[in-house]
Design a protein around this ligand. Sequence first.
Ligand SMILES: [Zn+2]
Length: 158
Amino acid sequence: MTKFLVDRMLGQTLKWLRLLGIDAEYAPEGKDEKLLELAEEEDRIIITRDKELGRKEDVILVEKAPPEDIIEKVLERFNVKLDPMTRCSKCNTPVEKIDKEEAKGEVPEGVYERNEEFWHCPGCDQYYWEGSHWEDISENIDNMLDDEIDMPEDENND
Ligand SMILES: [Zn+2]
């Protein structure tokens, strides 16, 4: 499963990737070499808007675009399985499904009453429910989840 290292300018994209269950970490501050080293060490593909960095191998160069467009581009090139509600959008830790009672007192009362399914992040103690995740995810992403994604056989653009 492909993992990613995301440019600090692409915070929204990072959050959405995580919401879709994709392992994505923020690129550290510092020199490009440091970033490339980390990517190699952790076997991650870099997603960046930095043109210079974008010329390297295993780097996806993106333009300023809405997160769904960027994610679509990523999905076109890499075979990643989308698995929503499995990863914390704040810290990238896999979340755990919990019993409804465990969320009592931890989430707003109305939320507790309206929802049956809850998740908890052991990394940062964040609670999740379906509404918390999907409200800000556009229809485009929802459609992507329904579609079979065709993988191009040749990723070179001539
Ligand atoms: Zn977390």
